[in-house]
Ligand binder design. Sequence first.
Ligand SMILES: Cc1ncc(COP(=O)(O)O)c(C=O)c1O
Length: 411
Amino acid sequence: MYGGAMSHTQSAAAVRTKDRFLVFGAPAIEDAEIQEVLATMRSGWLGTGPKTARFEVEMARYKQSPHAVALNSCTAALHLALLAAGVGPGDEVITTPLTFCATVNAIVHAGATPVLADIDPVTYNIDPAAVERAITPRTKALLPVHYAGRPCNMDALCELARRFELTLIEDCAHAIETRYHGRAAGTFGEFGCLSFYVTKNIVTGEGGMVLTRNESDAARIKVLGLHGMSKDAWKRFGDDGYKHYQVVDAGFKYNMMDLQAAIGLHQLERIERYWLRRRAIWQRYDEALANLPVERPAPPEANTRHAFHLYTLLIDAARTGITRDAFLDAMTKHHIGVGVHYLSVPEHPFYQGRFGWAPEQWPNAMRVGRQTVSLPLSARLTDEDVGDVIEAVRRSLRTVPRGMALASEIA
Ligand SMILES: Cc1ncc(COP(=O)(O)O)c(C=O)c1O
């Protein structure tokens, strides 16, 4: 039944027209944040200020985290969390090969050595047994990623962190809404790092945040995030009169602006509505694509909350008759934007050259990375958009029986 109905080179009418290209990851933006951005611009205070401080308070409340420090990216959050944890040259940090390069680069920028532990082939999250095998006397921290918004096995990872006295830093770039056994992702370890990048579940354009339990860690991250200037240096131009600051460390320019927080504050108010919408889209994909010869994401685990950040399909050419990359091209021809999250980290030349890694050393991540495709999953999508994605998947896989017209061709 699969393949053969049409040759893969044969062109068919696209599901959508070019001028209606469905951009992968385009966020839902509403009038409230547009007005707040305008008001911020008119106020004259565009940079780090009271809105950033309010966004930190609101996010800390949402995540039930004692402290939160807003920064300009999750990459910055990861870097400063590692520095605050005291990670540096001579230390090893264990992370997953199925992540964005930023996770590994942050470890490199902290001066430490990244060590990869393979993923579980079903959940795509780091496998605690592989983590345990990778621990050495030099291991200082664990940096798991809640891939696609599905929580990692935090019972096992927390137990390892305790047993081997490791700092636990959670990469929550996909996991703002994620919960595990009643607790928010990002609050299990010493640090949790969030992303508000344009494709994320809530956005500020660029933006990130560190969650931490410890007041002194929050203060250190705040100082490191603004040039190493003494705490609250951003207030120096306020109406209390000019304040001198002291530079107490060689810090970075990682601070979030009020212009960004203006967007995030309103996005955060809608986080549940957006989550419900993405869950509904996820469920629709799951039902509509169930009979196709592709691997769909594992169902969410009981007693957890999946953040539904990515909906992925694995395209195995042996089953579908079409390679993953040909499938990506076919979806684009139907004017549906798709993503790849991710080619496994050791596929990239920098890591091969620097660390001598080869993708085959982490076979589960290699397989997923070579077969995975992410479908659009934004709260912005209409029911019609979702129908178009489903139809484009079917057509790209050539699973429409010969002679049978598709709904859009009849219409
Ligand atoms: C898993 C993961 N970690 C880290 C990052 C970096 O986030 P940011 O773009 O906010 O620096 C991303 C962003 O795509 C990500 O997906």
